[in-house]
Design a protein around this ligand. Sequence first.
Ligand code: PLP
Length: 395
Amino acid sequence: MVDQKMYELGTRKSTIRDVFEYGRKLAAAEGEDKVFDFSLGNPNVPTPEYIKEAAVDILQTMEPSAVHGYTIAPGAPAARRAIAKSINERFGMEISEQNLFMTAGAAAACTICFKALCEAEDEFLTFAPFFPEYRCFVESVGGRLVVVPAKTEDFQIDFEAMEKCLTPHTKAVIVNSPNNPSGAVYSEETIKKLAEVLRGKEKEYGHPIFLIADEPYREIAYEGFTVPYIPKFYENTLVCYSYSKSFSLPGERIGYIMVPDTVADFQQVYGAIAGAARVLTHVNAPSLWQLVIARCAGRPSDISTYRENGQMLYQGLIDAGFTCVKPQGAFYLFPKALEEDDYAFCERARKYGLLLVPGTDFGCPGYFRAAYCIKTDTIRRSLPLFKKLAEEYKK
Ligand code: PLP
């Protein structure tokens, strides 16, 4: 009677949601201070004042039909012009509004790109650990997600493993840096090597291989780590960007796709993006937030809380005996679990009110994810509990 795949997707809870809901129940039963919820990537830093001021001013001074009406499908020209200007100034690009397509966040941006590119038997590669929604997005458009095993020493790319996964069916490679869940930032060296490998394979297979750069965490990178702008290194790059994290606006759904002129068959790709958005009933990105972005694109994000949280949690975990790659960007740590079975480990952590997500959910068993976009004080109070948890394993 109904599509079983859709039914399963709609009713099967993700572990992340499951852990989050468990936390809400625990808080109701035992008190908020007994819960240390590291499960969700919901930004806790307040939305910048200049964003709120712009939204209020737009609502109070502009014609309602200009604020709440439909925009053209690719998005309000003023928003796209402001984004193009900011990208050109920051990354030395030469793009215009014609290279941009406004979307309802990065999830929509990625899904639209997958739908636009996917033909029969196409494969989309990504690297473990990866954002679990990629599987559902790729499969929803008829593609196959191929996962390259993780390079756990530093969560950069294992190129030997990657080359084994590339086939003539590879349509695109999805990269996410700064990464959810590892917190790693791909170095310039990694991106250059990736571009070289893909160019070689494009020649060998005789067709383009697109790089889809999913970048909702671009602005959240710490001292010593620069996030290379991938279109500068690889012609066939599509950038999927979101203001969910940089401006703490995840519920407002605003982002964009950037298609540089260097992309093979630009007109075809941009046209297919517009078509994919149309059949996915995207209509247009939220118009109020497009107007806000027209005024605020490129303004700075305050990442000081994430920096402090990341350092404190990292040091606390290292002192307790965990192994973990240092925070480089985004707001996640991805330490090694203290037993092979990451589900059993996360279950044990729950006893202390520590709510963590097993690495298996991100295609990387034996690890766990801790999202540190929470109150700094909660992290401070959690550290003795991580220590107690680690001591259990030393007995
Ligand atoms: N991609 C990654 C890697 C994410 O972590 C997220 C959200 O957490 C998204 C995409 C979706 O972001 P948005 O809220 O912009 O749709």
